[in-house]
Design a protein around this ligand. Sequence first.
Ligand SMILES: CCCCC/C=C\CCCC/C=C/C(=O)SCCNC(=O)CCNC(=O)[C@H](O)C(C)(C)COP(=O)(O)OP(=O)(O)OC[C@H]1O[C@@H](n2cnc3c(N)ncnc32)[C@H](O)[C@@H]1OP(=O)(O)O
Length: 302
Amino acid sequence: MALAVGMRVLTRALLRPWARGLRAAPGRTGPAAGGGDGVRCFRSPRVLVEPDPAAGVAVVKMRNPPVNSLSLEFLTELLISLEKLENDKTFHGIIITSDCPGIFSAGLDLTEMCGRDPEHYAEYWKAVQEMWLRFYLSNLVVIAAINGISPAGGCLLSLTCDYRVLANNPKYAIGLNETLLGIVAPFWFKDTLVNTIGHRSAERALQLGLLFPPAEALRVGVVDQVVPEDQVQSTARSVMAQWLDIPDHARQLTKILMRKPTADRLLTERDADIENFVRFICKDSIQKSLHAYLEKLKQKKG
Ligand SMILES: CCCCC/C=C\CCCC/C=C/C(=O)SCCNC(=O)CCNC(=O)[C@H](O)C(C)(C)COP(=O)(O)OP(=O)(O)OC[C@H]1O[C@@H](n2cnc3c(N)ncnc32)[C@H](O)[C@@H]1OP(=O)(O)O
């Protein structure tokens, strides 16, 4: 009992600064629709939350077409949905997945990092940090049902989860491929990957900007399970049941023990990290390569 109370106090203390930031952005989500069983169903333009109150689980579907790029607005909506679910005692776990066929998330939104002013870059980077901190330390069990390609920031979002199930489709790949864009994955992206696959594999993957297809992703440990595409959601559900069988307070405390040192590194260097990002992204050479990369993406079509 004392442990459970301690856990709640610790979790609240950890989450308070970010929650404050989020509450400052009201009105971005649509009105909550009342569920017939008293459980609220949350909706926003880019995030669809499908609650299963009996199981204590909600499926969070990302729908920011065409590619679920993590724009400022999308990140804000995702975080508000997460906060609402965390504050609702009905829910103990969430499954995050995509509503955009073939794409889990194309990562950070390149248009947020190109041709804008330094104030915008700072605001955007703070939201990216917030996404990482909130998902990485969520008191809920968070499982990624990865039903599409998941480069860079999309991979980072998956890495914040407790468990990753990837669809076995040769078109899908996952990894932190920042170097291929001429940019550098920040230390907390790197730390998250190291915590997941170990130092040597992470070093190789980061330097080469590797995007792992399913079998390799499983071998290196970027994902925990690869299953046929039509079984991704059901597998995520059965894995969730297994995780929810563990006493919540013990699991939550263990999660915090494992992850807090990594999160603390960013928390203590958060402002410096924003300054670094803004300095880096404002460089002419970086802006040129990002512009060129975006152009290449557009020209690909024809
Ligand atoms: C030393 C100090 C360091 C300090 C910090 C410094 C650095 C910062 C680090 C930043 C870390 C960055 C992380 C990231 O996540 S960067 C984004 C990485 N993402 C990618 O490289 C993926 C790019 N996209 C694709 O490869 C493809 O779009 C796809 C996801 C495989 C989907 O392909 P497909 O279905 O063929 O769609 P299209 O390519 O045609 O794309 C449709 C439209 O979507 C636009 N798009 C695609 N990706 C993005 C994106 N990430 N952001 C914004 N927009 C994107 C694309 O341009 C198309 O637009 P259009 O319809 O207007 O042409």
